[in-house]
Design a protein around this ligand. Structure first.
Ligand SMILES: Cc1ncc(COP(=O)(O)O)c(C=O)c1O
Length: 399
């Protein structure tokens, strides 16, 4: 089957297979003494980790993943995405991103000549009055369709979503997948929080497993997120060989390969997870953290989005009355209004949250101006201390 839109970017199309990945496997296969390579490397990732990923993810994807051709180990999810944008975007290629977006996508797309095109996830109108579930943030499929042009190459999906916490349902994924099929687009599915979704969800839906979407989907994972070890910089891509091979071609020229000790450590973690309830235990721990933090917002009567996955709570700050004439620094003048709220929270309440307008284009900053993002991937003692400090917000809350 030909995939005219799956053609690689000109910058990688001309890459010959690198010399190392021709001769190192050949030496191994023929049992030749390898005096060719100065250092033993496995640019696709160490076999132990690729095998552990195949063992862990084959059941998740409902297919026997080939550790040699369908899995690529990367320097964290960030580099996985950078390499994929480098692999597929030419000057002016358009990439659909959903707002709010994880901020790295935008620079990674533009650095590779691409143009991000935005379509918002919107909360319901009652989100300012009462708590909602992240499931209530919705994508308008017609709006998505209206953004597709003949330059569109890719749709970036993020589920569980940062910062909303939304886990896209099968129905939503199928609708997005249909748009990708109708326009022959690649789907880059950022699933770095795939091990962190909460009851009542029983299953994490993956777009690559639905219909024929496997053939156009590259899924991104992160050892850093799965094992709370972001500094280790180990991530991966999973997808069909015809797509992964160009991400591999780009990654060979970006980082070449990933640090070995951390790959071994992540492999050990994944192997252990096959027999021990590591991810279930981790989910229970995060669930407890989610309730430590969310309770204080209940106490304060500040509405928030209860996340179905990941570890962020988006709080609606509209009821917090900032003191008049507060001396905000000039650097905030050019930013969204939510920067002021988060600045004040940090300076006066002693709890730092992130202003989510950073995850929107400037035109859409108003959509974010009444929100602040609080992360609960912290030790319980830190969370309890934050809760104590947040109680000091009481006198500033109207209604
Ligand atoms: C949605 C999302 N994607 C990707 C990443 C990057 O993951 P990694 O640390 O593996 O590069 C993050 C990290 O915060 C994230 O939130």
């Amino acid at each position: 089957m030909s995939h005219p839109r799956f053609t690689p970017a000109a910058r990688v199309a001309k890459f010959d297979q690198d010399v190392w990945s021709i001769f190192t496997p050949l030496a191994a296969e023929t049992k030749a003494i390898n005096l060719g390579q100065g250092f033993m490397n496995h640019p696709r990732g160490r076999p132990r980790l690729r095998n552990a990923l195949a063992a862990s993810y084959s059941s998740e994807f409902g297919r026997d993943l080939n550790p040699d051709t369908e899995i690529l180990v990367t320097a964290g999810a960030n580099e996985a995405m950078f390499a994929t944008f480098a692999a597929y975007l030419d000057e002016g290629s358009e990439v659909i991103c959903m707002e709010p977006f994880f901020d790295q996508y935008i620079a990674n797309i533009t650095m590779n000549g691409g143009k991000p095109v935005f379509v918002p996830l919107r909360p319901p109108a009652h989100a300012a009055e009462r708590n909602i579930s992240s499931a209530e943030w919705r994508l308008d499929i017609d709006e998505l369709k209206s953004k597709i042009t003949d330059k569109t190459k890719m749709i970036v999906l993020n589920t569980p979503h940062n910062p909303v916490g939304k886990v896209f349902s099968e129905e939503e994924l199928l609708a997005i997948g249909k748009v990708a099929e109708d326009h022959n687009l690649i789907i880059l599915s950022d699933e770095v929080y795939d091990r962190l979704y909460y009851p009542p969800l029983q299953k994490f839906p993956r777009i690559a497993t639905l219909g024929n979407l496997w053939e156009r989907t590259i899924t991104v994972g992160s050892g850093g997120k799965s094992f709370a070890a972001t500094g280790w910089r180990v991530g991966w891509l999973i997808g069909p060989e015809h797509l992964i091979k160009y991400s591999f071609a780009a990654q060979t020229r970006v980082v070449f390969c990933v640090n070995s000790p951390c790959q071994e450590a992540i492999a050990a973690g994944l192997e252990a997870s096959l027999t021990k309830p590591i991810f279930a235990d981790q989910t229970s721990a995060y669930l407890a953290k989610r309730s430590i933090l969310s309770k204080v917002f209940d106490e304060l009567n500040l509405p928030y989005t209860m996340p179905e996955g990941a570890y962020y709570i988006l709080v609606n700050t509209a009821k917090i009355q900032l003191p008049k004439d507060y001396p905000f620094p000039a650097l905030l003048d050019t930013r969204g209004n939510d920067f002021k709220m988060c600045y004040w929270l940090t300076k006066e309440i002693g709890v730092c949250a992130i202003p989510p307008s950073e995850f929107y284009t400037k035109d859409h900053w108003p959509l974010a101006e009444n929100f602040a993002r609080f992360a609960y991937c912290k030790t319980d003692d830190v969370l309890h201390q934050a809760v104590d400090r947040l109680r000091n917000l009481k006198p500033y809350i109207t209604k």
